[in-house]
Design a protein around this ligand. Structure first.
Ligand code: TMP
Ligand code: ASP
Length: 242
């Protein structure tokens, strides 16, 4: 597979065409951004760590019956994925209160949410990813009712699978964000699952091990991602078959 032209550069990943029209190449960069790109830094090793982390999680989800775009690792910082037509809404599930939920509702961080809550956000940096509901998604044609149902069901399924994966390794999956896309007539999990797009706390100490370390200037950002990877048994050095 040959790497072609740059299709799209996001805040932390770049997406390239390949010689196979059904496949794209995603490059995980060291760029780390928060607050809709207001705070940006380069963090050594982050691209490579997130590339392996994402591969491990996506493969785990596939084994659990969740369709993802992931195909294979290509290099340290690159993965080959199916080319999806992305749906411009972000799906967030929360098991514990944190982040924008606390700011929006004035509630304390760390409360167990029963049931876990679900929120849609519009993927639009200029508007700061406003929260939307399924009526907005349908009325503006961002997703059909059937697609909304699949995204919700799959996001809750991912929550069940990953909550227990992290719990088995002594961690709490606080919340996370997923993005989906269309592949033929199937709705498939796209984008990434890495500590850049979720909150993970140590179950005992509640130490933050995710991108909140960057947002809140707590230090040891990539070291914490590596700690999570090590606890999950992810081999960050494994060789990649060519
Ligand atoms: P929030 O508390 O800022 O709404 O974020 C909820 C979860 O979703 C958190 O794990 C971070 C993730 N997230 C992203 O990764 N990117 C985004 O643009 C948004 C809105 C949330
Ligand atoms: N992903 C968004 C950004 O890079 C929001 C965040 O993670 O804080 O700005």
């Amino acid at each position: 597979m040959n790497k072609g032209d740059l299709l799209y550069a996001g805040k932390a990943k770049s997406v390239f065409l390949t010689d196979d029209p059904s496949r794209l190449l995603i490059e995980f960069r060291n760029d780390t951004s928060a607050f809709d790109g207001e705070k940006v830094e380069q963090l050594d090793r982050k691209g490579a760590v997130n590339n392996r982390f994402n591969a491990f999680i996506m493969q785990h989800l596939e084994r659990e019956g969740i369709a993802t775009h992931f195909d294979r690792l290509v290099s340290d910082c690159e993965s080959c994925v199916k080319r999806l037509e992305m749906i411009p809404v972000e799906c967030v599930v929360r098991n514990l209160s944190a982040g924008s939920l606390c700011r929006r509702l004035g509630v304390a961080e760390g409360q167990v949410l029963s049931p876990p809550t679900f929120e849609f956000f519009l993927k639009n940096d200029a508007l700061h990813d406003p929260m939307i509901n399924e009526y907005h998604a349908q009325a503006f044609g961002w997703a059909t009712p059937a697609e909304i149902d699949v995204m919700k069901a799959q996001t809750f399924k991912v929550n069940n699978v990953l909550k227990s994966l992290f719990a088995d390794a002594g961690m709490l999956l606080v919340d996370f964000k997923l993005e989906f896309g269309r592949f033929g007539n199937q709705v498939v999990l796209g984008d990434e699952f890495t500590p850049d797009g979720c909150r993970i706390w140590d179950a005992q100490s509640r130490k933050k091990l995710d991108k909140d370390r960057f947002r809140q200037s707590l230090g040891s950002v990539v070291e914490s991602y590596e700690e999570v990877a090590a606890r999950l048994g992810i081999d960050l050095e494994a060789s990649i078959a060519s």
